[in-house]
Design a protein around this ligand. Sequence first.
Ligand code: PLP
Length: 230
Amino acid sequence: MSIAENIGKIRERMTQAAKKAGRDPGSVRLVAVSKTKPAAAVAEAFGCGQQIFGENYVQELVAKQAELPKEISWHFIGNLQSNKVRQIAGLVQLIHSVDRLSLAREIDRQWGTLGKVCDILVQVNISREETKGGTSSGELLGLLGEVAQLPHLRVVGLMTMPPFFDDPEGARPYFRALRALSLEVEQAGIPGVEMRELSMGMSGDFEAAIEEGATLVRVGSALFGEREYH
Ligand SMILES: *Cc1c(COP(=O)(O)O)cnc(C)c1O
């Protein structure tokens, strides 16, 4: 199937999931995860009206961005090393994967150099899998309290990557837990911390994520086809 057909199908499924949950379909945005895929594939999806693209690797993001229209909005969704932040400063609209103070400080420093503010999500490792990035639920409020002090960075929500399940329902409890955490954060009322975004759900489970409150779903293989290993 073509990228255009895949996007059409995914958008339709997103709309249905939102309606099923009694949500406004316009409250959920699709992040097209283009890691390992060529710039031509991104251009094709952009031609179909897709606005936001998610990338996991700094060099790949920088290379693709240079070839593509300036109107594209780029999100960084992968593990981010502090020493690479400088390369993407000012180039991405949202970083989904901030999970430690040292990284937040470096983002603050680099965006500060540009006189700009970077929107970020804090990644939470709800399942506590050792192989996954993310702060623990227990450490979240403490981390947010520190990050909120940084002037060139604005927390706008949370992100999670649940464990892999064959059954899309398997991830649902983790989605529900992330939403519950975001409500706790809201109640804590930390100045400068907003909880308007929940980044959760991928190709295999984005409908369950939308039913549980996702505002950003990160979809790669269902849109661009299976990836070769990177
Ligand atoms: C690769 C990736 C995705 C997309 O995964 P698919 O299963 O291909 O949809 C989403 N989020 C993150 C953080 C990823 O690394």
